[in-house]
Write a protein that binds this ligand. Structure first.
Ligand SMILES: Cc1ncc(COP(=O)(O)O)c(C=O)c1O
Length: 382
């Protein structure tokens, strides 16, 4: 029998819930992807570039035109001037970017601090690098960092800290003050930062995204991860990027070169063209998703779910204690899917040790308004 290198990994909850939703004919608010398409001009550009012959390997680091668009965006949004050649790398998805950044830095026996609830790809990447994840629970109810606990968790073997803002699944945002506190904690230690910012444009109520790219010192230790899939409503394109200072980028590229070598060529041409022609897309994105959040939340207010409107991402958490306190959240997610036709994600699956009384499920509101109306009507009827 082959001894598994990832014995704890099975089929993910996202796959299971999407399968169950399909089996039951339920509305799928579980997995995080839109049920609408990306912009016409973007999709049309892919077909055009395929027909025009952009079908061979792109440069390993990404198409220069796309890297330049990313550098321009970072300058405009976060006031940081990064070199398109030495600090920007295009990858086949943020997941692959995270994997490569972890492999580039984490050595056998190193510890990586992650904050629970946390995205499910971090731990397997760390394990495959020979490292160990040290899980720090975020403080409920606002999913903020427990600073004394974090300080206590940092030790001589800590090699990396992974942060994620806006945060999946809670939508919580890190503040400028949080980044400064983090810097003070790692300043005198040999610790790197992986900042998963795939929801960077999904920040609501006029707040601004506090990217690590705004913090000159932290950035010198950081891999900042982005995803075109989230930003342009094309999750199936699996195209992402990493921004990191030149020395870290050089190490990241050594891994990326042999994991995938490059990202898909015509998609990169289309994205570069669309970013140049439609800068308004980024400016409109927070409003677009805030309207969906507000629609969903105003309808969900008619139900017995308890919630605070999310400050970021396209996820809304809700407490179901008033409906089925007897069910744990995995059973609740199945019950909602089978009995009420709405598939959701239980929050406990994002934890190593979930709090015993956790009664939270996650709804994805990256859906057409009619999908949200129908789902909310079903939820309000429970
Ligand atoms: C927090 C977080 N990081 C990374 C990813 C992966 O992004 P991609 O589809 O570009 O690999 C996701 C996707 O759901 C996510 O929620």
């Amino acid at each position: 029998m082959l001894a598994s290198k990832l014995p704890q990994v099975g089929t993910t909850i996202f796959t299971r819930m999407s399968q169950l939703a399909a089996e039951c004919g339920a509305i799928n608010l579980s997995q995080g992807f839109p049920d609408f398409d990306g912009p016409d001009a973007l999709r049309e550009a892919v077909g055009r570039h395929v027909m025009a012959g952009a079908n061979q390997y792109a440069p390993m680091t990404g198409l220069p035109a796309l890297r330049e668009q990313l550098a321009l965006k970072i300058q405009q949004l976060y006031g940081r001037s990064v070199s398109a050649n030495d600090e920007v790398t295009v990858t086949p998805g943020a997941t692959q970017a995270i994997f490569c950044a972890v492999q580039a830095v984490v050595r056998n026996g190193d510890e990586v601090i992650v904050f629970d609830p946390c995205y499910d790809s971090y731990e397997p990447a760390v394990q495959l690098a020979g490292g160990v994840c040290v899980h720090q629970a975020l403080r409920l109810p606002d999913f903020s960092i427990d600073w004394p606990a974090l300080e206590a968790a940092i030790g001589p073997r800590t090699r990396m800290i992974i942060i994620n803002s806006p945060h999946n699944p809670s939508g919580a945002l890190l503040s400028a003050d949080d980044l400064e506190r983090l810097w003070k904690l790692i300043r005198d230690r040999d610790i790197y930062l992986l900042s998963d910012e795939v929801y960077e444009h999904l920040v609501f109520d006029g707040r601004r995204h506090e990217s690590v790219l705004r913090h000159a010192d932290l950035y010198q230790r950081a891999f900042v991860i982005g995803s075109f899939g989230k930003t342009y409503h094309v999750t199936g394109w699996k195209t992402g990027y990493v921004i990191a200072p030149p020395a870290l980028t050089a190490e990241l590229r050594k891994v990326h070169q042999f994991v995938s070598f490059t990202a898909v060529t015509p998609l990169q041409w289309a994205l570069a063209e669309f970013m140049a022609a439609h800068p308004e897309h980024l400016a409109e994105l927070p409003g677009f998703y805030q309207a969906k959040r507000d629609l969903f939340c105003s309808l969900l207010a008619e139900s017995r779910f308890a919630f605070t409107p999310t400050p970021g991402t396209y996820f809304q958490l809700a407490d179901y204690s008033a409906i089925r306190p007897d069910l744990d959240d995995v059973a609740m997610a199945e019950w909602l899917t089978r009995e009420h036709g709405v598939a959701v994600i239980p929050v406990s699956v994002f934890y190593q040790n979930p709090p015993a009384d956790l009664r939270l499920v996650r709804f994805c509101f990256a859906k057409r308004d009619e999908t949200l109306r129908e789902a909310a009507a079903r939820l309000a009827a429970i």
